[in-house]
Structure formats: structure tokens, C-alpha cells
Ligand binder design. Structure first.
Ligand code: HSE
Length: 301
């Protein structure tokens, strides 16, 4: 095998009360990560969404950091060239850096037949997240590897639970700048116990709702984070207005990851009305998509 081309999905983390725990893999948007064996060293090229802003230096590129560590750990002697085609806009709240990190870990596992488990791939992928977000949270890389709905239930040791789900989502991507680092820094260091009770209750209820195919309950609880969303809503101009306007047209609505993307579980008959509201307030790209698979191989040479 000389070259592998991998499709790595965008993801939506948190889903309201499941901060740093819940994640969903999306069928669209996605990144393509191609890795080719070379004589020596690691080189990187990037094209696509905001490619000019993505560093191609190995130690600053999130995928480069993951590749370097895997090459060291597995004593890989070959060099590699990584080519990333960004379909996911960086800084969107749709797991852009995670898609590149998961894509490279998955691609190297295939190319060098490392036989790593999905959990091990999540561990390697999350090293790149530390570069992007200042903390190695795994709630985007977990669904990018596993697909479906994931729960990162423990960080030390890392534990991920996976639930396959069949769900349609409608996502808006306002043209607003939100840095994940800032969006994490503004969160409270301590929270009142009643807020903890709310968020634990709502997130437990969301898992119950998934197993019972209860979209109404899932969406209602997803919209009721009382810890993270209230702090971040102010970073996204127009969010409170949109949330109020679409409240009867969706099962649920919340900020996707650290934003500015907004994820909704739409009521089918209102998809167009919701899209119109998104366009009226933000005039922005909208994805009507499904929860999808994790990374997969598109081509091998
Ligand atoms: N759980 C992370 C956060 C996801 O909300 O900061 C970042 O996309």
C-alpha cells in the first residue's frame, strides 16, 4: 500500500447538557485526508475551506502533531506526505480540527497496518485537539472515529461509549468568529449543585430518549443546558433571537461544540421555514444532513 484517502466527518459536540461528553458524527460537511508514503520526514499541504490560515508546519498542524507521535511510537521508518482537503471550516464548532486529527490517525492505521482499536485511534486523535483547543477533549474525535452518537464518559483512562443512531439534523454556520480557547475560558470554574443536577438529569434523559426513539424528549433536553450555553450564547449574535423564533419548529436547538454553528433537530415539515430564519438572521451556510459514519477509506493505492 502506497497511499490512502480517508473521509473524516464533521462532528457536533456537547448537544447541550453533555459538555465534553456527547458527540454526533455528521454526514456533511467532512474533510478528506490523503496520506502517501515518501522517502523520509513529514510534509503537509492543505486546500479547501480557509486553507491559507492552516499552518503546514508539523508541530503547529493538528494532524501533523498526531502523525509525528504515531510515527515515533510505532517506529515507522517511511516518510509521509499528508494532503488535507478541508470541507469543514476551521473555527466553526463542527469539529474541523478533530476531523483532520481523526482522519490522519485513521489513515496511518490503514497505511501501515497498525491494527489499532477505535479507542486507541481516539487517544491519538485527541493529542491534536490539545493544540487546537488548549485541552485534549475527545468529544469531537470520538464520533469522528466511531460515527453515530458517542459518550466520552471518562478521560483518565479514556472511555468512549458508542450508540448508532438514525437522526436528521439541520445545522447553521453563522459567519461569526468564535475561538474554542476563549469559549472554554469564559466557562465557570465551579457550578451550583442545582445546575449539576439539571445537566446530569437532562443528559441521562437524552440517552433514554435515544433508546426509546423519543425525538421530542431528546430535543427538549438538548435545549436545556443551564451551564455552558448561557455563557456562550452572547458570543453568537442573533442566537437567542433564532432560538425563540424556531422553538415550535424544532425538537431541539443548541450551540454546536463551542460555536458559532448551531445544531437543531428539525420537525420535518418546518425544515424550509427554519432555513429561511437562519438565512434571514445570519445569511449563512446551512447543512440539512444526517448523523453518519466515522472515518472510512475512500481509496487505496
Ligand atoms: N466540548 C468542546 C467545547 C467542543 O465545547 O469546548 C469544542 O468543539
Amino acid at each position: 500500500m502506497k497511499k490512502v484517502k480517508v473521509c473524516s466527518p464533521g462532528t457536533s459536540a456537547n448537544l447541550g447538557p453533555g459538555y465534553d461528553i456527547f458527540g454526533l458524527a455528521l454526514s456533511n460537511p467532512y474533510d478528506i485526508v490523503e496520506v502517501e508514503k515518501t522517502e523520509n520526514g513529514i510534509t503537509i499541504s492543505v486546500e479547501g475551506e480557509k486553507a491559507e490560515e492552516i499552518p503546514t508546519n508539523v508541530d503547529e498542524n493538528t494532524a501533523g502533531v498526531v502523525a509525528k507521535k504515531m510515527i515515533q511510537d510505532f517506529k515507522i521508518e517511511s516518510g509521509i506526505h499528508i494532503h488535507i482537503i478541508k470541507g469543514i471550516k476551521p473555527g466553526s464548532g463542527l469539529g474541523s480540527s478533530s476531523a483532520s486529527c481523526a482522519g490522519i490517525a485513521f489513515a496511518l492505521n490503514e497505511l501501515f497496518e497498525l491494527k489499532l482499536s477505535k479507542l486507541e485511534l481516539v487517544k491519538y486523535s485527541s493529542l491534536g485537539e490539545a493544540v487546537a483547543a488548549g485541552a485534549p477533549h475527545a468529544d469531537n474525535v470520538a464520533p469522528a472515529i466511531f460515527g453515530g452518537f458517542t459518550l466520552t464518559t471518562s478521560y483518565e483512562p479514556l472511555e468512549v461509549l458508542h450508540i448508532p443512531v438514525d437522526l436528521e439534523v439541520l445545522v447553521a454556520l453563522p459567519n461569526i468568529q468564535v475561538s474554542t480557547k476563549t469559549a472554554r475560558e469564559i466557562l465557570p470554574k465551579e457550578i451550583p449543585i442545582k445546575d449539576m443536577v439539571n445537566n446530569v438529569g437532562k443528559s441521562a434523559g437524552m440517552v433514554y430518549a435515544l433508546y426509546n426513539n423519543d425525538l421530542d424528549l431528546f430535543g427538549r433536553y438538548m435545549s436545556k443546558d443551564c451551564v455552558v450555553e448561557p455563557c456562550r450564547a452572547n458570543l453568537i449574535d442573533g442566537y437567542s433571537e433564532v432560538k425563540e423564533k424556531v422553538k415550535d419548529m424544532v425538537y431541539g436547538i443548541t450551540i454546536s461544540g463551542s460555536g458559532p454553528a448551531i445544531i437543531t433537530i428539525p420537525k420535518k415539515e418546518h425544515v424550509i421555514d427554519i432555513e429561511n430564519i437562519f438565512k434571514e438572521v445570519w445569511n449563512c451556510p446551512v447543512y440539512y444532513t444526517k448523523v453518519g459514519p466515522g472515518c472510512y477509506v475512500e481509496e487505496i493505492e
